[in-house]
Design a protein around this ligand. Structure first.
Ligand code: PLP
Length: 421
């Protein structure tokens, strides 16, 4: 008997380990897991309560009214020209990504290193050949048009798929509009299909997310959903925006695979998402507050890490850093640490700080990188305090709220930095 070998998600594994350690009474600092620290907007939670009677299966593609709202939302927030017909609502963007990969005959899947943990096993499950394009700290972990062109030129005539994620997990950085614009002609030249994972788009810290779909609408499939900006990862609702002129056979394949895998996204969640996708003052305040907290907190974490000698870039979106410990290579080597997994294991054993080795994201273990997510706090408490204050807070007010509500996380960061000295 033989079975497909796929790796379990390391992030989920680490979350389990953290739970076990905490249950055993140990102090842990959970920088390993990337779940939103916030809560969905009140009106979305209320709508879910009211929708418990919706036990019916929804249409495979998603409830029409919701798809209309999603199209309007993306047009209003990002200037994307889309329509309900070009939208698929699925049970999380993860399965939408996998199903899209499944829709291709064996193809080339190209991933920048670093990339989110699940793309590699997904590409393998779908039977594709995997390729990595390495990036460096100096290039801000971005792929360049020249790198992309050189790599694509080496591939044979099978379909070419690039998975691009921005703002990024594990790096917290994004592509600028000119950077995306410069990639577009190279993508067109090689006929590349792009899975543009924009699940952190709405939590760009300055509210300035730009989609590749603007510059390469013909073959870009955007994924997003409720998990990050709406803080509802466990509700399992993802969204896919299809290319404007997607071939009918491709669209049919996506819907056929959806109907044979998850049937539909949970109906009550879809109903609850309808008010979530209304871009009015309620949504703008809700998302604006998250962005403000993450921006101020991200800058604070950045300063602590940079002052501690870790190579990091100021974050632009989401809630991650790809920490690069290579400037401390010599002192780490003196302690017998040469790889990211030993670094993370020793750090956890000696301080309770959980980081994820960069190797989980396609980095070389000797690069000494690790992912740090800064979500180990109750975002709901900070959001409530902001609401109670009435007036929009300034940065200094947010710093005061962070000092109050993120004390445990800040303590963990200082433990990490002390451990490095
Ligand atoms: N893409 C990235 C980069 C993520 O970090 C995550 C979740 O952690 C997902 C996709 C999956 O999101 P969903 O909950 O919509 O399946």
């Amino acid at each position: 008997m033989t079975f497909r070998t796929t790796e379990p998600s390391r992030t989920l594994q680490l979350n389990e380990l953290a739970k076990d350690m905490a249950a055993a009474g140990e102090t842990v600092y959970r920088f390993g897991f990337g779940q939103s620290p916030f809560m969905p907007p009140r009106r979305v939670q209320d709508a879910l309560h009211e929708a418990t009677g919706r036990v019916d299966y929804a249409p495979v593609q998603g409830i029409r009214e919701l798809r209309e709202k999603i199209a309007q939302f993306h047009t209003a927030t990002e200037g994307i020209d889309t329509s309900p017909e070009q939208i698929i609502v699925g049970s999380g963007s993860k399965i939408l990504l996998l199903n899209t990969l499944m829709a291709f005959e064996p193809a080339h899947v190209v991933l920048p290193a670093p990339s989110w943990v699940s793309y590699k096993p997904q590409a393998q499950m779908a039977g594709h050949e995997l390729h990595w394009i390495p990036t460096t700290f100096e290039q801000r972990w971005r792929i360049t048009p020249a790198q992309l062109d050189a790599h694509m030129a080496t591939l044979d005539g099978r379909s070419k798929i690039l998975v691009l994620n921005y703002p990024g997990n594990p790096d917290g950085l994004t592509y600028t509009a000119p950077e995306l614009e410069a990639l577009a002609p190279v993508l067109e030249k090689h006929g590349v299909w792009v899975l543009s994972d924009e699940i952190y788009g709405m939590v760009h810290h300055d509210g300035a997310h730009v989609s590749l779909r603007k510059y390469y609408p013909q073959r870009t499939l955007v994924t997003s959903g409720l998990s990050k900006w709406c803080a509802a990862g466990g509700w399992r609702m993802g969204v896919q925006l299809l290319p404007v002129d997607i071939p009918v056979a491709f669209r049919d394949a996506l819907l056929a695979i959806a109907s044979s895998s998850y049937s539909c996204a949970p109906t009550p969640v879809q109903v609850a998402a309808i008010p979530g996708y209304i871009w009015d003052e309620v949504s703008q305040t809700y998302i604006g507050r998250q962005q403000h907290i993450l921006r101020v907190l991200g800058q604070q974490v950045y300063r602590i890490l940079a002052d501690g000698g870790v190579a990091v870039h100021p974050p632009q979106g989401g809630f991650y850093f790809l920490t690069d410990f290579s400037p401390l290579r010599e002192s780490l080597a003196a302690r017998g640490i040469f790889t990211d997994d030993v670094l993370c294991a020793n750090l956890l054993a000696e301080t309770g700080v959980i980081l994820l080795p960069g190797a989980a994201f396609g980095m070389q273990p000797e690069n000494l990188t690790a992912r740090l997510s800064y979500v180990d706090f109750s975002g709901a408490q900070i959001m409530n305090a902001m609401a109670d204050a009435g007036t929009p807070p300034g940065d200094e007010d947010v710093v005061a709220l962070i000092d109050r509500y993120c004390a445990h996380m800040l303590e963990g960061l200082h433990k990490l930095v002390e451990w490095l000295q």
